[in-house]
Design a protein around this ligand. Structure first.
Ligand SMILES: Cc1ncc(COP(=O)(O)O)c(C=O)c1O
Length: 494
């Protein structure tokens, strides 16, 4: 077997007999990146949180210093243990907690939420052992990591509808509390709409019913605290609310750390203790840890510690000012487009855009924006688009609004746009009553993506690249249904 084919290195097929020259590999990595979304041009929202070039370079250096260190054994790398403890202490103060609270860093929001569910499940097992099928009551806007946690740890996640303002409806949540409820959850703010749940009211409810309340501030934990400095007082969302018993906040989002850094804090160390794993019988020796991972990379911990110090309160406030100014322009621009609206009352740089006019099909609008290089998130319930802004987006709000106006105009003038491109597929996923079929398809797509020998996007033909394309017969039915609906609407004079 040779390591080259037609003079080209056979990369990614098998581990080469002889190591490949490092420059070739770096070139290949750069070439692969060229096909990704264009986040450096600020056309991507949410996946990348960037403060500035200088800050990114600084983060790489801090991360690099701890590239090899492992947080698995805190006795071996005492400095990492110290950095993590200092991050927890600084954040406990930021969120108006303090001495006596317990917390840790995790790899991200999902791990923080998984651990919060695990801890509360274990805690309930100890303190209310008669509960056989524990339940957690959440607004339906909570991050889906809670659903994942429910699947992982055998907890039923009871979703409640949000109010008209897209915030948690406290009354609805109360109605769903049963003798099996072990935890209530609110978001600060939620991912889909950037809307802050009424945490103080949820705290009252939790206290009244003797339940713990977790606040998922993964998205807003490093944004909401700066709003007061900008003259935008927001209701308390953290440990100032007596009923709040735990809180998660991602430092790798608006905290501008390197990826792989979130924070999880508990008012009571006794609940934290219930997320700690310990095995004293293993042949490999007594083993324990507070997080889901075994090996814990030191880089994200060091970079998070460095980010909090390097930006400081003033740095975060200034950054938030830029983002809020950009969000304000975006919101104003969206409201000026006939047929569009902003969903709820977004409090940070997260804005969801929906339609007031049924002729404006938002997934078709998304397709047109995507054709212009924008990578916009698509929401369902209702069909809408969402952006998560960072400071760099301030420079692209005007072109984004211009493209949005044009896309909306096109979709209005061409109702069939809703049945072209990926729009019908998203429409079908959002509206299909057979949710199990949709789920099965999604699982199949991910499984195929991870199956050795299946063609990836670089090898597949056009057809193959769209594994969830809507079958022509279904597409025809969708089109016909929409035409009939339009006809009736025209007759009614809508
Ligand atoms: C409110 C909220 N919670 C949790 C998460 C999950 O975070 P991660 O993607 O870091 O796992 C997100 C991600 O956007 C979020 O917005």
């Amino acid at each position: 077997m040779t390591d080259t084919e037609n003079g080209q290195e056979r990369l990614g097929v098998e581990i080469p007999r002889r190591g490949v020259d490092r420059q070739t590999l770096l070139d290949r990595l750069r070439a692969l990146q060229a096909g990704d979304v264009r986040w450096r041009e600020h056309k991507v929202f949410g996946l990348v949180y960037k403060h500035s070039d200088a800050h990114t370079e600084f983060l790489k250096e801090a991360h690099g210093l701890y590239f090899s260190e492992n947080g698995l054994n805190p006795m071996a790398f005492k400095s990492l243990q110290q950095l993590e403890r200092e991050v927890v202490r600084m954040c406990a103060a930021l969120f108006h907690g303090g001495d006596g609270m317990a917390g840790c860093m995790t790899s991200g929001g999902t791990e923080s939420l998984l651990l919060a569910v695990l801890a509360h499940r274990n805690h309930a097992r100890r303190t209310r052992p008669w509960i056989r099928r524990p339940e957690i009551v959440v607004p339906e806007s909570v991050h889906t990591a809670f659903i994942k946690a429910g699947e992982c740890f055998g907890v039923r996640i009871v979703k409640t509808p949000c109010g008209q303002d897209y915030a948690a409806d406290v009354r609805e949540m109360e109605r769903r509390i049963t003798a099996r409820t072990i935890l209530l959850v609110g978001s600060a703010p939620c991912y889909p709409y950037g809307v802050l749940d009424p945490i103080a009211e949820l705290g009252d409810l939790a206290a009244r019913r003797g339940l713990p309340l977790h606040v998922d501030a993964c998205l807003g934990g490093f944004f909401l605290p700066w709003l007061g400095d900008l003259g935008r007082e927001t209701p308390p969302f953290d440990f100032r609310v007596p009923g709040v018993t735990s809180l998660s906040a991602d430092i790798h989002k608006y905290g501008y750390a390197a990826k792989g850094a979130s924070l999880l804090l508990y008012r009571s160390p006794a609940v934290f203790a219930d997320q700690v794993f310990a095995d004293v019988d293993w042949c490999g020796g007594a083993y324990g840890g507070a997080t889901l991972a075994g090996t814990r990379p030191g880089g994200p911990i060091a970079a998070a510690w460095a980010a909090l110090h390097a930006l400081g309160r003033e740095g975060y406030v200034e950054n938030a000012r830029t983002i809020l100014e950009a969000a304000g322009r975006l919101i104003e621009g969206v409201r000026a487009v006939p047929g569009l609206c902003v969903l709820g009352n977004p409090v940070i740089g997260v804005v969801a855009v929906g339609a007031t006019d049924p002729a404006v099909r938002m997934y078709a609008v998304a397709d047109l924006l995507e054709a212009r290089g924008w990578h916009i998130n698509r929401l369902q319930k209702p069909e809408s688009l969402q952006v998560i802004l960072n400071a760099g987006h301030a420079a692209v709000i005007d072109p984004l609004l211009a493209d949005l106006r044009e896309a909306v105009g096109h979709v209005r003038a061409h109702p069939d746009a809703a049945f072209e491109g990926s729009a019908p597929m998203y429409g079908l996923i959002a509206n299909m009553p057979l949710r199990r079929v949709v789920r099965k398809n999604l699982v199949a797509i991910f499984t195929k993506m991870h199956t050795v020998g299946e063609p990836g996007p670089e090898e597949a033909g056009e057809e193959e690249q769209d594994p969830v394309a809507v079958p022509p017969a279904v597409l025809w039915l969708m089109r016909t249904r929409a035409r009939i609906a339009r006809l009736f609407a025209a007759r009614r004079g809508d």
